[in-house]
Ligand binder design. Structure first.
Ligand SMILES: Nc1ncnc2c1ncn2[C@@H]1O[C@H](COP(=O)(O)OP(=O)(O)OP(=O)(O)O)[C@@H](O)[C@H]1O
Ligand SMILES: [Mg+2]
Length: 213
């Protein structure tokens, strides 16, 4: 089943970042987007994940144009079905790591999966305040928080940027298993071509064009 369908996307800030970008994601499928710093990868991910309306083109999620949806429906879609793991992690700073996961679980009526904590190796630091955690621990907590919601599409921007190779590989494995078990899809933005190659398809954003490589 198709989860996301992007058609003829283009976007311009000071200069045109890209045009005529087309992309599809199906259940159990992961795709990677690579490209030079400043090429527009994060911008494209924002457009795909409801955060930024493109200058032209459309994004359909579950066959519905997300930029024509009513606010309330869009809010529900984001809360229940989309998981965003971005370059800066938006954890609640005054709370413990565990409380951050509890909030996600309550908002989406799901439960916290102990197995997930184990796989991300965060059982040890789960009771600590977010501000006391290392960058890599925060990154793994925010991944746990997103997966606790059980989203159907994961949008991840350098989700393993703060992690050592071994831990990064474990996290990628977890994402792939998640997609397989939950019929989910993933869009991964990364600078790491080795990680990118673990996905089903790899695209490069270059010279304003997104092409499969
Ligand atoms: N909100 C904004 N307003 C104006 N320009 C922006 C905005 N967001 C991004 N840009 C510009 O768009 C270009 C692409 O930015 P983007 O963050 O998408 O790149 P990127 O490919 O993700 O880079 P990196 O690999 O460094 O994360 C940059 O030149 C950036 O300055
Ligand atoms: Mg970026």
């Amino acid at each position: 089943m198709n989860l996301l369908n992007a058609k003829n996307l283009s976007h311009t800030f000071e200069y045109e970042l890209f045009s005529d970008v087309n992309l599809q994601i199906n259940e159990k499928e992961s795709i990677a987007i690579i490209g030079m710093s400043g090429s527009g990868k994060s911008t494209l991910l924002h457009i795909l994940s409801t955060l930024l309306e493109p200058h032209s083109g459309k994004v359909e999620i579950f066959n519905e144009n997300i930029y024509e949806m009513k606010q309330k429906k869009l809010g529900g879609l984001k809360r229940d079905s989309l998981g965003l793991v971005f370059q800066s992690h938006y954890l609640f700073k005054g709370f413990s790591a565990y409380e951050n996961l509890e909030v996600a679980a309550i908002l989406s009526s799901k439960t916290i999966d102990d197995n997930l904590l184990k796989q991300l190796n965060i059982q040890e630091c789960i009771q600590q305040k977010v501000t006391e955690l290392s960058g890599g621990q925060q990154q793994r907590i925010s991944i746990a928080r997103v997966l606790t919601k059980k989203p159907r599409i994961i949008f991840a921007d350098e989700p393993t940027g703060n992690l050592d190779k071994q831990t990064a590989n474990n996290v990628m494995k977890l994402f792939f298993e998640y997609c397989e078990n939950e019929n989910a899809g993933m869009v991964l933005v990364t600078h790491d071509e080795t990680l990118a190659r673990m996905c089903d398809r790899v695209y490069k954003l270059e010279n304003k064009v997104l092409k499969e490589i």
